[in-house]
Design a protein around this ligand. Structure first.
Ligand SMILES: Cc1cc2nc3c(=O)[nH]c(=O)nc-3n(C[C@H](O)[C@H](O)[C@H](O)COP(=O)(O)O)c2cc1C
Length: 232
C-alpha cells in the first residue's frame, strides 16, 4: 500500500486521488436562471443527502477550477445565478445524452445559453422558475437551501431541496421503484473523458431488516458470507 498525508499533497494531486477513488459519481445537469436567461452545467461532485424533505448536494469549484491551486474569487455561473435566483432544476444524465451534457461543460461566458448550444428541448417547470430539460428521463425541480463555502480554494457546496419530480414513465413503476436499466444513468470516473455505464447490476439480500439489533444467527450468517470475499 502507498500512503499519502493529504496536507503534503498538491491540490491537483488531491484532486486526482479524490476523483479517481470516489467513483462512479452521478452527474447533475443543473439548470439555473441568470439575468440573461437559463444556464446549464454538469456537476459530478453530487449526491443525495437525505429525505423529509428530499435533499442533495453539489460541489462547485471556483471558476478557475480545482487545479489552479488558488482562487480568483470568481464563481461559476451556476453559483452566481443561485445567489441571484435560488432555484434550479437538476437532471440525471443518461448515456444517450452524454454529448449534449458535455457540450454544456465548456467555460462559456455568462449569458451564453448552453441549452441552445447543446440542442436541448425545454419546458416550463411547475414549481420553480428555471425551465426543465424535457429530453432527460429525470428532472428534479429544486429550491436552494444554502451555499456553504468550504476549504481553501474554496469549494461552493450547494444544498438543494427537491420540490417536484419529473420521472419518465419507463423509469418509475406504480410503487415508485426506479428502474436503473431504463434510467441508464451515466457515472463519472476520473480524468479526461472517464465515464461508465451501469450495466453490471447485482443484488445482495439484507441479512436482517434495518432498525433493530441483529440476532446471533444473522451475525453468524453475515460473518460466514463475509469470509467468501477477497482476504476473507
Ligand atoms: C461530467 C462533468 C462533471 C463535472 N463536475 C464538476 C463538479 O463536480 N464541480 C465543478 O465545479 N465542476 C464540474 N465540472 C465542470 C463544470 O461543468 C464546468 O466548469 C462548467 O463550465 C460550469 O458551468 P457554469 O459556469 O455555467 O456554472 C464537470 C464537468 C463535466 C463534463
Amino acid at each position: 500500500m502507498v500512503e499519502f498525508t493529504a496536507a503534503d499533497l498538491a491540490v491537483e494531486d488531491q484532486y486526482k486521488l479524490m476523483s479517481g477513488a470516489i467513483i462512479p459519481r452521478p452527474i447533475a445537469l443543473t439548470v439555473t436562471l441568470g439575468s440573461d436567461g437559463p444556464n446549464a452545467a454538469p456537476f459530478s461532485f453530487f449526491n443525495c443527502i437525505g429525505v423529509s424533505p428530499p435533499m442533495f448536494m453539489i460541489a462547485c469549484s471556483p471558476k478557475t477550477g480545482p487545479k489552479s491551486g488558488g482562487s480568483s474569487g470568481e464563481v461559476k455561473d451556476t453559483i452566481a445565478n443561485l445567489r441571484h435566483h435560488p432555484e434550479m432544476v437538476v437532471h440525471i444524465v443518461d448515456y444517450e445524452l452524454r454529448n449534449r451534457m458535455n457540450a454544456c461543460a465548456l467555460d462559456y461566458d455568462s449569458g451564453v445559453n448552453e441549452l441552445e448550444i447543446a440542442g436541448f428541448n425545454i419546458a416550463p417547470s411547475k414549481l420553480v422558475t428555471p425551465p426543465r430539460i424535457t429530453d432527460c428521463r429525470v428532472a428534479l425541480e429544486s429550491k436552494l437551501i444554502d451555499i456553504h463555502e468550504m476549504g481553501d480554494l474554496p469549494y461552493y457546496v450547494i444544498f438543494g431541496e427537491v420540490v417536484h419530480f419529473h420521472m419518465d414513465d419507463d423509469v418509475v413503476n406504480d410503487r415508485l421503484h426506479v428502474d436503473p436499466g431504463a434510467l441508464d444513468a451515466l457515472g463519472r470516473m476520473a480524468g479526461n473523458g472517464g465515464y461508465t455505464k451501469i450495466t453490471d447490476k447485482f443484488t445482495m439480500p439484507f441479512l436482517h431488516p434495518p432498525g433493530s439489533a441483529p440476532p446471533e444467527e444473522a451475525v453468524a450468517k453475515a460473518q460466514e458470507i463475509a469470509k467468501t470475499d477477497r482476504s476473507g
